[in-house]
Write a protein that binds this ligand. Structure first.
Ligand code: ATP
Ligand code: MG
Length: 200
């Protein structure tokens, strides 16, 4: 019997938004995945130092609230539980231990593809997962022209509805008092308010 089919959507989720959710449900559907794990980065090493990052426990609480009640979508705290800097190589190794025989699919947005070449211990990631790339407005993934994307990697592209939403824009909206409604799931907005995040 083959193991479970698992999608891994890693991110900072600062905050989680419907772009993440739409990507996850569509990839889950297309690839017939049993579940998609939203793996919340503890210390996103490529972001720390460039901007203040919301505490990991708050970002996890937002993801848990957003996913509550959605079958097949789960928040994962494995990077937070591990502590320190979050490397996908460590995460996939841990998921292989947790789900023996699992078919792991790493889901990234097209904006992340060009940066893949900079990832730590990329070979280990490549051995462990199949790569899935979703389109994202403002970026284009095209082979072989996407600089920085390792030429030898196979990737499946899944087309999803183009949603021009980013956490960066949402933090800016919140800071300037504009609404997050319908861009961030209602339950996550409630947590943002309860915890006074993003100046709300
Ligand atoms: P930030 O602006 O802070 O970088 P973000 O909106 O890019 O936030 P991340 O947590 O960095 O969110 O993204 C996690 C993953 O989700 C990445 O692989 C990213 O490419 C993907 N993603 C985020 N938003 C979208 C979107 N609107 N459409 C498709 N993929 C997305
Ligand atoms: Mg991003």
């Amino acid at each position: 019997m083959s193991g479970p089919r698992i999608g891994i959507l890693g991110g900072t989720f600062d905050p989680v938004h419907v772009g993440h959710l739409v990507a996850a449900v569509n990839v889950r559907h297309e690839l017939k995945l049993d579940r998609v794990l939203f793996v919340v980065a503890n210390e996103p090493w490529q972001k720390v130092g460039t901007r203040p990052v919301t505490p990991a426990a708050d970002r996890l609480a937002l993801v848990e609230a957003a996913l509550h009640g959605y079958e097949g979508l789960e928040a994962s705290s494995i990077e937070i539980d591990r502590g320190g800097v979050s490397y996908t190589a460590d995460t996939v190794a841990e998921l292989e231990r947790l789900y023996p025989g699992a078919d792991l699919h790493l889901i990234i947005g097209a904006d992340v593809a060009p940066a893949l070449g900079t990832w730590v211990r990329l070979d280990e990631v490549r051995r462990a997962v199949s790569l899935v790339i979703v389109n994202r407005p403002g970026t284009r993934f095209e082979r072989p022209t996407t600089d920085g994307f390792p030429a030898e990697w196979e990737a499946q592209v899944v087309e999803i509805p183009a949603l021009e939403i980013s956490s960066t824009d949402l933090r800016e909206r919140a800071a300037t008092g504009r609404p997050l409604d319908f861009l961030v799931p209602k339950d996550a907005i409630r947590v943002i308010r309860e915890r006074s995040l993003y100046g709300e």
